[in-house]
Design a protein around this ligand. Sequence first.
Ligand code: NAP
Length: 250
Amino acid sequence: MKIGLIGGTGNQGQGLALRLAMAGHEIKIGSRSLEKAQRIVDELNKKIEDVSAALELLFPEGKMDWVEKKEFSTPNEMENAKQNLVGMQNEDAVKDVDAVLLTVPFEYAKSTLEQLLPNMNAGTILVDVTVPLKKVGRTFVCETLPEGSGSKHLAAIVPENIPVVAGFKTISAHRLMHIERPLEGVDVFIASDDNEALAKIVEMANSIRHLRGIEVGALLCSASFELMTAVLITINIRHKTKQTSFRVTI
Ligand SMILES: NC(=O)c1ccc[n+]([C@@H]2O[C@H](COP(=O)([O-])OP(=O)(O)OC[C@H]3O[C@@H](n4cnc5c(N)ncnc54)[C@H](OP(=O)(O)O)[C@@H]3O)[C@@H](O)[C@H]2O)c1
């Protein structure tokens, strides 16, 4: 797939860009600033080089095949990642792609979308990754929004010819950025009122090795997993970690 990321220069955007590039998708990292987008792509390429070199040291050719070691990323994934990242302004990143991932802080999501929606092609799927988090003391909760969830709130301004999907909200940037390891045991929740778009984004999630996209249901289901993100962050703080995630047993 061709995928653009709005605010792809941030923590979550970079992590998703890397994992999707490793899975072979063409990634446009968007930013308000072209220079910043290009700098972040340079930094990510350096990271890919460093991780590749470390894995080569760990598993020299002939001694052990990375592919056999399921707990590590493969040379093929690293090669994909090197080839599939480009940086550009948000306005260009959202054009002529199959899906756009919205990865800006929730407080700026609506105004950013309003500005960029005219640049999106009809049929491009908008994937909302944002979470309307609010901190109360040491506890994270979600803002109460009249539409029922952050994704529903944003979907209210999106034209009907752009399907809205909520997803990738319960996986941490920290876990995504550790590209030497596949995402073993991690599920992400996906919801949409458009069944075709829902299936495509579940497939996109499943294309990342070991990650599982779980089809939850209608877009309003995002209300539940936005709250689950708040639970994860609160657990992370209490247990001094950055990489908790959910696994559903079916
Ligand atoms: N971090 C996580 O682990 C995580 C996990 C799940 C979900 N999320 C959600 O993903 C979203 C992004 O999180 P993040 O941690 O990546 O955020 P972030 O690093 O703070 O920001 C992401 C990007 O948003 C852009 N941005 C910042 N201020 C903006 C503004 N006023 N207008 C337009 N764009 C602006 C910036 O890009 P440019 O300066 O390049 O334009 C920035 O690099 C949030 O909604 C968060 O709730 C995050």
